[in-house]
Design a protein around this ligand. Sequence first.
Ligand code: 7GP
Length: 830
Amino acid sequence: QKSVAAVPSPADEGREEFRRGSAVDALTRAILDHLYFTQARPLTLATRNDWYMALAYAVRDRMLDDWLKSLSHLRNRELKIVSYLSAEFLMGPHLGNNLVNLGIMEPAREALAALGQDLDELLRQEEEPGLGNGGLGRLAACYLDSLATLRVPAIGYGIRYEFGIFDQEIRDGWQAEKTDKWLRLGNPWEICRPEITYEVKVGGHTERFTDEKGCVRVRWVPNKVVKGVAYDTPVAGYRSGVTDLLRLWKSEAVESFDFQAFNVGDYYRAVEAKIFSETISKVLYPNDEPEIGKALRLGQQYFFVSCSLQDMVRIHLLRENSLDTFAASFAVQLNDTHPSIAVAELMRLLVDEHQFEWDAAWQITRATLAYTNHTLLPEALEKWPLPLFASILPRHLEIIYEINRRFLDEVRLVHQGDDQLAARLSIIDENGERYVRMAHLASVGSHAINGVAALHTELLKQTVLKDFYEIHPELFRNVTNGVTPRRWMVLSNPGLTRLITERIGDGWVTNPDELRGLEPFVADQTFQSAWQKVKRENKSVLAGVIKARTGIVVDPASLFDVLVKRIHEYKRQHLKVLHIITLYNRIKHDPQADVTPRTFIFGGKAAPGYFMAKLIIKLVNSMGEVVNSDPDVADRLKVVFFPDFNVTNGQMVYPAADLSEQISTAGKEASGTGNMKFSLNGALTIGTLDGANVEIREEVGAENFFLFGLTAAEVSDLKSGGYDPRKWYGEKTELREAIDQIAGGLFSHGDRGLFQPLVEHLLNRDDYLLLADYQAYIDCQDRVSAAFRDRKRWTEMSILNVARMGKFSSDRAIREYCSDIWQASPLPQD
Ligand code: 7GP
């Protein structure tokens, strides 16, 4: 006892200040301390990474009090914990965001300056954790920021991929993928919890046995067992005093298991088992390649879901002594179908491991789980071939059969004689080769199902989940996506943040409806020029980066016309290409043509196995080469493919855009969230009535939005009437010329074969109706060009866009999830 008292307590004064304080000298001391004691570097030898690490640790220390407090709240049985299950969390770089949310950006800058270091350089040193593909993963990250900011106890559960989304390089105009070794220089933000581990079974078979009470039960005898280890990353709210938790699972070998094999002399089998175990969390898979056959991917999904649910069960049992009240402890959100095996796994845990009766277990499962759908594209709906599923998850398949049997019995009872309905609703697809339909599993096992924008939710009800909607309309809701203004404004656009805050105070950061307060200034001369100046500076910065990365010189005075997102045919990057070629031809036909100077900026990754998407990247680059080097163009048009679009690069791109391209075929983009980031940073949108574009336009006003193209209803009418793209090709001269040039080799040094697959697809199928929307798009772009020349009017529209974006804060979205789906509430202020 005595010796304990003699140990200096962490509350010891000087230490307290330097461990936790946010004053400049406290930060300075903390950074030096970590440089020496954590990085083990003398000042003279410290590399940039050492400085970055030292700073990161100093910042992390400042999150610990709130974090430990939040962890202790997990034990408070009064509070419901939101558990966000997602195969992807695209967090982006942590350092800048944490500095913003903790409110210590400026003191940190000063502290480093005193040490001869430049904060911006250290911010650039961080390698972002690219643990997601695009929208879905980034949404999960925005939601964690909002949960912590709104003081809602939450855990984001996912996978700690050793290799995240590949790094993209452009070689000879083609995408080349490079392994993302983000952990190479260490990760100061995570804390490994070697004591929080769970075993996850895989494969094998099941056995029936009679327990001591005489009940028949099932035992799963796996042929492999894998261990999941928790890695925790703190997620600080914006000056909220709450830090939530991102808990990612890394797979490892279970020692006992390989020793067993070793003892019987099967050394290589033991090593193989170890390799398999470590492979599970090795790499992130692309989201837009067909899944079929990827056993490892199903293994990943089950792995993280099982670890997460076992973790929740453990936490719940720290609060209560029975699992009866599990649904009061946790609201579990399934981020698309990737975690939907949770339905069967929670049933298995309750029935097999905790001896629940089926009905009681089912009630708990449905009360706990809710499902968000993020796509209507049929090819992206997950389904697993039955034999594959059975070989990995034999027990879960039995459970799914039982869930399905009971569910279909209910359906048949209410809709007697409608066998078609039962077949359509079935979790098992029996048309030909048999599959487990994961969206059906998620829907049957959830108490709420939501889409991510109003239009998307309507289409969900009319198409993909029509039958579910008809039998259970009360399960459906809409929660339109949102993005966090902290990362996507305060951090990435400090110039605009300052300007806005000077006028209306900083309340908008957590209450963005206050941005409406900008409306009285729309016509104010001084405000307008300050606004223009900020945009111009952001454009200059981006121009510098473009020059450094691509060698292309662009003019910050030109209209920055930006299309950044994953490359996909439905997103229609190639429609943008047709527009650029059209403008190019106008100049070629009349070199004096009055064309508004534009810089076209493309960015985005293509799934490595998606041939057409990669060909589109090649087309952008090849077409760009021709346009950029043509003396007739005289620099009026510049085409840039910005390589390796990711969160870090997005933070530079969105604030520098004048025009946001949201040109998907109506009905295909579930929501979009890039559209929100652009608008929030003062870009005007050209877009179709798709996803959240519809609501953005409603909010900012039709007169401040460039709308074009077919509606979702018109798209489906056109398609059902037998769409013939050749008709449009025949009628539109400019369109025909552009397509003929691509086919004729103008952009491929005479090679007519290179882009043939693209051209052929456009002329013969054109699934995404580029040809039908072409003319409307070109005409609308002509209106954009004219509008940009009226600087005053353009600036007004830009200000109004920002002023009216409040709805698209992820805080609003999270409040809706809390009240309509989770029944979760914030921690009381302490
Ligand atoms: C995306 C949707 O394509 C996008 O429209 C939406 O804004 C975003 O989710 C967030 O809701 N979907 C994905 O990123 C994805 O991987 C496959 O979908 C399930």
